[in-house]
Design a protein around this ligand. Structure first.
Ligand code: COA
Length: 371
């Protein structure tokens, strides 16, 4: 079989930045208000007082320093604590399409491919923008791409699973070149009044051109793909079209993203380290022969722990496992390819691992080689 390549990538992220001190200051003001408003109930022991968040905790526990967001003002406003967006309808392009088109144009330029050379668009994301028409078809139409397009959802593995689908379509002969797009507009889904998650997410989008042809001077051959899913309730998002008809009462807050972050950490790190190690063994590649680990950006400690287990030492430089999470926060499924986009200056013949892990649980690891 002929090789299949990652021929180019592009990223989009909003201009506005929130620092840890800013997000903590907003959260702590909310805590003061909550505790003051509920003073009597707290004094009676009927309500548990809220505790302050801290920048020191956030940086130590997650590695996050800043995050780029679509609406800083309204996220930090304690009367709102969410970005302000408009209902989407046929009168304008959707927010996911706007982000996706920006990233896609950069990826197409880097890959040196035009719209008429693309056979399909696969859009993977953690949160469906709407039921239909799919955002992928909206973007396909805007970019003037023929062929087919569809959306898919696999939580934080939506990007790598989408690249995997592109690979499969190309290797089966269905397509020669596929544009993969992964918008992750997560901030509308964050409960900014919850101390253990208010700091985690940022907004961003990555796009990847996957092609049979070596279309650019910066192509990476996909040597191997490995995927697994294992059911877990530790990361959930229960918002759906069924909400309207549900007979049992739940608040919108109850339906937002929630997780048992510590259990995720403990269960996913060994699972992913073992997953990557066995993939390397199956491909006769030594861990020391991997020049770059572009891992899912949920937590810098997770990235470092997984890499140290795979290479059997914690004595390595950050350049081996880049951490865009420090600047962008958790970008859901876009994190690993954001890392790839920003740090892929490998020499010919050098190899790297792109690996996602997240809700589902879902894991996808790809070994790539610079050609
Ligand atoms: N500020 C200060 N303290 C905080 C805090 C905050 N914002 N949030 C939580 N804490 C406290 C907790 O209440 C807890 O206190 P306790 O020890 O008195 O009970 C303590 O800090 C430790 O909390 P814990 O939840 O164990 O922290 P952690 O070290 O596991 O870090 C995460 C939390 C979320 C950063 C980390 O678990 C993580 O990143 N997990 C992986 C998540 C993931 O991959 N999710 C996928 C989503 S895409």
């Amino acid at each position: 079989m002929n090789d299949i390549h990652i021929a180019g990538t592009g990223i989009w992220f909003p201009d506005e930045v929130i620092t840890n001190d800013e997000i903590v200051s907003s959260f702590n003001s909310y805590v003061d208000n909550f505790n003051e408003e509920n003073k009597n109930s707290i004094d009676n022991g009927d309500v548990v007082p809220m505790e302050y968040s801290s920048s020191a905790f956030i940086e130590k526990a997650s590695g996050i320093k800043t995050r780029h967001v679509i609406d800083k003002k309204n996220i930090l406003d304690i009367e709102k604590m969410m970005p302000s967006v408009k209902h989407e309808d046929e009168s304008r392009l959707s927010i996911h399409a706007i982000a996706g088109i920006e990233a896609a144009k950069k990826a197409m330029k880097q890959a040196n491919v035009s719209a008429d050379e693309i056979d399909g668009v696969i859009l993977g994301t953690s949160h469906a923008a709407r039921n239909y028409p799919s955002v992928a078809i909206e973007i396909q139409n805007e970019l003037g791409i023929e062929g087919y397009a569809y959306d898919m959802l696999v939580g934080c593995s939506s990007t790598t699973f989408a690249i995997n689908n592109a690979f499969s379509d190309i290797s089966s002969g269905l397509a020669k070149t596929i544009l993969v797009i992964n918008p992750e507009i997560s901030t509308p889904f964050v409960n900014y009044a919850k101390r253990d998650i208010h700091f985690i997410f940022g907004d961003g989008c990555v796009a990847t051109v996957v092609s049979k042809e070596k279309t650019s001077g910066n192509c990476f051959k996909i040597i191997d793909r490995k995927l697994v899913t294992k059911f877990s309730n530790n990361i959930r998002s229960d918002w759906s079209y069924l909400v309207r008809a549900a007979s049992d009462e739940k608040s919108i807050e109850d339906l937002l993203f929630y997780q048992n972050g510590n259990s995720v950490f403990k269960e996913v790190c060994p699972m992913v380290a073992e997953f990557i190690s066995s993939q390397l063994t199956a491909n006769n590649i030594k861990p020391g022969d991997i020049s770059k680990f572009w891992l899912h950006q949920a937590n810098s400690r997770m990235v470092n722990l997984i890499v140290s287990k795979v290479i059997n030492t914690d004595d390595f430089d950050e350049s081996l496992a880049p951490l865009p999470i420090q600047k962008f926060g958790n970008l859901a499924s876009a994190g690993s390819m954001f890392a790839f986009n920003l740090h892929n200056d490998l020499k010919q013949g050098e190899k790297g691992i792109i690996c996602s892990f997240g809700a589902g649980y879902s894991v996808c690891s790809m070994i790539v080689e610079k050609i």
